[in-house]
Design a protein around this ligand. Sequence first.
Ligand SMILES: NC(=O)c1ccc[n+]([C@@H]2O[C@H](COP(=O)([O-])OP(=O)(O)OC[C@H]3O[C@@H](n4cnc5c(N)ncnc54)[C@H](O)[C@@H]3O)[C@@H](O)[C@H]2O)c1
Length: 264
Amino acid sequence: MARVEGKVALVTGGASGIGLSSARLLAKEGAKVVIADFNVEGAQQAAAEINAQGGEAYGLFLDAGDESSIREAVEFTVKHFGTITVLFNNVGLTNLQKDLDVVNMDLMEWDRLMNVNLKSVLLGSRFAIPHMIEAGGGSIINTASMAGFTGDSIRSAYGASKAAVVNLTKYIATQYGASGIRCNAVAPGLILTPAAKNNMPPQVLDIFAKYNKLPYHGEPDDIGYTVLFLASDESKFITGQTIQVEGGHYIANPSIPDFADFMQ
Ligand SMILES: NC(=O)c1ccc[n+]([C@@H]2O[C@H](COP(=O)([O-])OP(=O)(O)OC[C@H]3O[C@@H](n4cnc5c(N)ncnc54)[C@H](O)[C@@H]3O)[C@@H](O)[C@H]2O)c1
């Protein structure tokens, strides 16, 4: 039997990158999938590819910053596939121009990122949970980020929103575990999505590579397989956790090279 046979998944931000990889892998392993994205053409194209390979998928417009749009995506999933048992709250935004340090950041951008990155997780879960309870359980997976575990010179709103996603994950797991609903998050380090590849100069990628403990970059499928695992019953005793998928980038004490120099 396929790994998520019989499950019904809604993947937000599924037209590209991490969401697209996850939607493809969930469909390949037997789930029915709704791919919801601002980029509706991309979502529909991804669904068409899945359907052409014998899977079952729909592509749908979603604005993750809008409550009624999130509600409609959940209702669409239930209407077309009868239930929703996997929710991947994956949409997240960052803005290097406006999301700056605490003194200089644009407060409208703070509100926008909190709305899209954090409130969308609350709302998607709020609308899906009653259906999951009716179905006898489900798995909610949220995309956090390693930026939620560290400090940075800029991206204060992004980091704070992702840290809040990590903790909201525990609250959802605590509140609905008794109904058989699990809630976990995945925290990616740098993942070479098409957007990351196109937007980052090679020098920036080299800096990342220098601090990875593994000699390669992360790819969308590295997150997709983690999402597949968390969606499947293979992870049925895991809840409230955030799995860090980051190539060991953040695991070591950063002062080690200085101590190594000192010891010599
Ligand atoms: N790529 C990385 O290195 C990385 C690292 C850490 C965390 N993340 C997180 O992973 C998630 C996915 O990012 P990605 O790298 O795959 O990005 P991506 O740009 O490849 O894909 C994001 C998708 O979300 C869609 N989207 C954007 N805003 C939306 C909105 N308001 N409503 C609906 N859809 C919207 C886009 O159209 C796009 O298809 C985000 O939450 C991001 O913060 C990514």
